[in-house]
Design a protein. Structure first.
Length: 559
């Protein structure tokens, strides 16, 4: 997908937002006369007098409302009633577990930044070392293309980097994941944020802390949710109660992650999809979509069943084994059977240069072997019934047993079109196999009827995976002691719990000779110094770790 299409869609979305905003926005000059019969005037008054406030500035849309305040207050009153005292105590104990998980999450998040930063440093150092110390070969008669290939083979970067490459890959739409996944990613993050804010709201109701407003915001392409509390009400709470409210949001995220993982192990999703879809994993892989610029776009429509890659059958009873990914990403394959074809009397020019259109280099299976040029389409596809062989003795007449030369990048895709006919055909791909894996999206479910979208189960699975990543990422990221995140407030609450009121104590010091008043000579205790120092150093240390990790991660992606 090109970058122009998403930008066009984004432009249309923001144009629609501005059009709706100005259509419903009340006029600046309101008449003093009550024109209640004017429907449009009435609609504008509703906009103005409602409990919802909409703010639009640049590429930032903010919608906040107070319609949930009354319901939140009723929940708080209900939890404070004597009849619900056991429930209130149980919820406090439950969110005390959230405090413990918050402490664990903060330590794990800081450890994660430190470890992955070290791994990324080692990976980048090895890349730089390998790039600056790779062997340089002299140019031979085989040309620059052979020189480049030999240099890459000698470098063999995959063996060097896979051992210490960062085990966490950043999600960058258009770079590490398809750009088409961006809407699904944003939806998953938005739902995870709603669950997060719900945790804050429930924990605040337990402590009878009212909410000021709740709402949504949309900045450029990133949606978010929020719940606002009175800072004075939060500061008046005991440190433990305040920490309980702060940690409740990340606690809900880790709970959601556990629920999603547990649900995935039950495989109830397979039962749900079986209503309208049939599982064809034992037969092969279903084409869900192909990149629009891929040469395979017109040959592999959605719903096509790919049963084999070369001679490797994709169907399997083992659901944990992905033959599609394994075959397309492995370095080399062992060719078994050959094809009975005519004599290699067309010369071997295509074996010496890659500029011979319509011809590919083939090698005979006999010993000693011979090389020659053939048109690969009639030999390797189903256009003609070519017999398979091991040796030339297996072939009739003057035919010989041949295989594509190892230098040829040919891939046979055996396909069946279920909604057209059950006849199989072979599509011949010329190029790196990794490109097929990158450009073709496959699944295992085929609609039972043609009106159901083929991509729906695939999109559901992708959304499930992104929701897992989003809710787990929010759990760790929000617990980092950084400004505007829960982690910094959580850190301050923990420091106050650890130091108690000693961090705010002052010691009166009298200067008897100068007769200085106690208020002028008082100094803070050492506990206040520790509280102030840790409250400054830990966030600064975290910011440094985050900056280093981000720079190293982006550098490793683009290197």
């Amino acid at each position: 997908m090109s970058l122009a299409s998403p930008l066009l869609v984004l432009t249309l979305i923001w144009a629609a937002i501005y059009a709706i905003y100005h259509l419903l926005k009340p006029s600046k000059a309101q008449s003093l006369l009550p024109f209640t019969t004017n429907a449009r005037h009435g609609r504008r008054n509703v906009w103005k007098e409602s409990a919802t406030q909409v703010t639009l500035k640049g590429l930032h849309l903010r919608i906040q409302t107070t319609i949930w305040n009354l319901r939140h207050d009723l929940l708080a009153m209900s939890l404070q009633s004597p009849s619900n005292a056991p429930l209130s105590q149980a919820l406090k104990f439950f969110y005390d577990l959230g405090f413990v998980m918050g402490l664990i999450g903060m330590l794990c998040a800081l450890g994660f930044l430190s470890i992955t930063g070290g791994i990324s440093t080692v990976s980048l150092t090895r890349k730089v070392w390998a790039a600056t110390n790779s062997p340089i070969h002299p140019v031979s008669s085989e040309g620059f293309g052979s020189l480049l290939k030999r240099s890459l083979d000698a470098f063999d970067g995959r063996e060097i980097l896979t051992s210490d490459e960062s085990w966490v890959k950043p999600i960058i739409p258009g770079v590490t994941v398809p750009l088409a996944d961006l809407p699904i990613i944003l939806l998953a993050v938005f739902l995870a944020q709603i669950v997060h804010e719900l945790g804050h709201a429930i924990a605040a109701a337990i402590e009878s802390v009212p909410i000021l407003s709740a709402g949504l915001s949309f900045t450029f392409v990133i949606p978010s949710a929020f719940v606002s509390f009175s800072p004075a009400a939060l500061d008046s709470l005991a440190p433990r109660a305040r920490a309980r409210i702060i940690a409740a949001g990340p606690f809900h995220n880790i709970l959601l992650w556990c629920v999603l993982v547990s649900f995935g192990y039950t495989r109830l999703g397979d039962v749900f999809w079986s209503v309208g879809y049939q599982d064809l994993s034992t037969l092969g892989r279903i084409v869900v979509g192909v990149e629009s610029k891929s040469p395979l776009h017109g040959y592999l429509p959605s719903g096509t069943l790919i049963t084999a890659l070369d001679d490797t059958v994709l169907g399997s009873q083992n659901v944990s084994y992905d033959a599609w990914t394994s075959y397309l990403n492995q370095g080399s394959t062992d060719q078994n059977l050959g094809w009975c074809a005519g004599p290699l009397d067309g010369g071997n020019t295509c074996c010496l240069t890659k500029k011979t259109p319509g011809l590919s280099c083939f090698v005979s299976t006999d010993t000693p072997s011979t090389r020659g040029c053939l048109n690969p389409v009639p030999v390797l596809t189903s256009a003609s019934k070519v017999e398979r062989c091991n040796f030339t003795a297996d072939c009739p007449g003057l035919s010989i047993c041949v295989r594509p030369d190892e230098t040829e990048k040919l891939l046979r895709l055996t396909v069946v079109r279920p909604f057209v006919d059950a006849k199989s055909e072979v599509i011949l791909w010329s190029g790196p196999r990794e490109e097929v894996w990158e450009e073709v999206r496959v699944g295992t479910l085929l609609p039972r009827t043609s009106f159901l979208p083929v991509s729906l189960p695939y999109s559901g699975e992708i959304f499930w995976q992104y929701l897992l990543m989003a809710t787990l990422s929010l759990y760790f990221f929000n617990l980092l002691p950084l400004p505007h995140l829960d982690g910094l407030q959580f850190l301050n609450a923990m420091l106050q719990m650890a130091l108690g009121d000693r961090g705010d104590e002052t010691v009166d010091v009298y200067d008897l000779e100068a007769l200085v008043e106690p208020s002028q000579g008082r100094r803070r205790s050492r506990w206040a110094w520790w509280k102030r120092t840790l409250g400054r150093l830990i966030p600064r240390f975290t910011i440094g770790l985050l900056v280093v990790y981000t720079l190293l991660g982006v550098t490793n992606v683009y290197w």
